[in-house]
Design a protein. Structure first.
Length: 363
């Protein structure tokens, strides 16, 4: 259920995405408490800097109090600084791999940011990369030449810290251990990964970006599995929005929906598309005709904004195991719109993977 603050946040996001503010009157009803809630929600949802862009289109008398404006501006500046630091790290990492003969493709993160109206206002954390199947060889070179420790205790990628930023070097593109249905997604993803996509030059080095078919399936599956396991934020929805807006004519919707139906995530895809159209103002002509259950769409949106399971994460092995079991049980309705394997089998398989990789219990 949306309140004034939630409506205000969506109005700011629509303004940022469309380059114009069409809901000015809404903010006449927004007092200091309302603005504080908009600010808090935008931060939690990972869209604080994008909301700031929309805020610039409001007349001065409808903007938040000066103290909040200053705090907002400061945190946007911090996001921009982190972006530049991240961009510099990506540039240095690409140069290192280039010197050693490894072509690099960026997944999510930096590549997606280039589709945003202001790229530096799309926050991200890790650097996700695909080295076209040469991950083991590249990891050995990183360990030997840079003296970095490679962590191999993850399900579908290795990790290492580079310039203080976590790098996830994928050998699989989705987690094939925890959910068997991911194996059917992995095959087309690797086929799409071999297709040439765009590239961007960083520090004189060409860096690959995924093809449109790859990104369509990868971004959808990434959002879906995170939604089912824990939750996603509006940042994930904005990623989908800007991807569609930039690439609508190149997306093979028929194939994407066929793959989504095979994996039982076509209802989630419908909800994601409906949120983009109904709440963010995406031009529906950019999408194929689709059907969506309005009640399910509202439940998905409400879950993104205010998760049904919101217990704080405890410390300690046994409390963490109990916490994850309770969260899994609460999220079983989400499992049913993302995966095609049964709940019991998925739970047993998840326990098996956690026992195989004990560090994942506290992750």
């Amino acid at each position: 259920m949306k309140n004034t603050a939630t409506n205000g946040l969506f109005a700011l996001l629509r303004a940022a995405l469309h380059g114009k503010m069409e809901d000015t009157a809404l903010f006449a009803r927004c007092d200091e408490a309302c603005w504080g809630e908009i600010y808090r929600r935008s931060s939690v949802q990972g869209v604080l800097a994008v909301a700031w862009d929309g805020l610039q289109m409001l007349p001065g008398e409808l903007r938040p109090p000066r103290a909040l404006l200053l705090e907002w501006a400061f945190n946007v500046e911090q996001i921009e600084k982190r972006y530049r630091r991240h961009e510099a790290a990506v540039t240095r990492l690409a140069a290192f791999y280039h010197r050693h003969g490894f072509p690099m493709m960026l997944l999510k993160g930096y590549g997606l940011s280039l589709s945003y109206p202001v790229p530096s206002h799309r926050p991200f954390g890790d650097i996700d990369i695909w080295l076209y199947g040469r991950q083991p060889e590249a990891d050995r070179v990183v360990a030997r030449e840079l003296g970095l420790r490679i962590d191999e205790d993850k399900e579908h990628h290795t990790t290492f810290l580079f310039d203080g930023i976590m790098v996830e070097n994928h050998y699989d593109l989705v987690n094939n251990e925890t959910h068997s249905s991911n194996r059917r997604i992995e095959q087309p993803l690797k086929r799409f990964a071999a297709q040439p996509g765009e590239s961007v030059e960083l520090g004189g080095v060409p860096v690959g970006l995924p093809s449109v078919p790859f990104n369509a399936l990868f971004l959808l599956r990434h959002a879906a599995v995170h939604f089912a396991a824990v939750n996603i934020g509006l940042r994930h929805v904005l990623d989908w929005y800007v991807f569609i807006e930039r690439n609508a004519g190149k997306i093979g919707w028929e194939e994407l929906y066929a793959l989504a139906r095979e994996a039982n995530m076509d209802r989630f895809l419908g909800c994601l598309n409906a949120i983009c159209v109904e709440d963010l103002g995406l031009d529906p002509s950019l999408l194929p005709p689709f059907t969506v259950d309005p009640k399910l769409k509202e439940r998905v949106l409400n879950e993104i904004l205010s998760p049904e399971f919101s217990a704080p994460k405890p410390t300690g092995l046994l409390p963490n195991m109990w916490f994850k079991t309770r969260r899994w049980w609460a999220n079983r309705w989400k499992h049913r719109i993302v995966y095609d394997e049964g709940l019991a089998g998925a739970f047993v398989n998840s326990v098996r993977v956690h026992l195989k990789r004990p560090k994942s219990i506290s992750a």
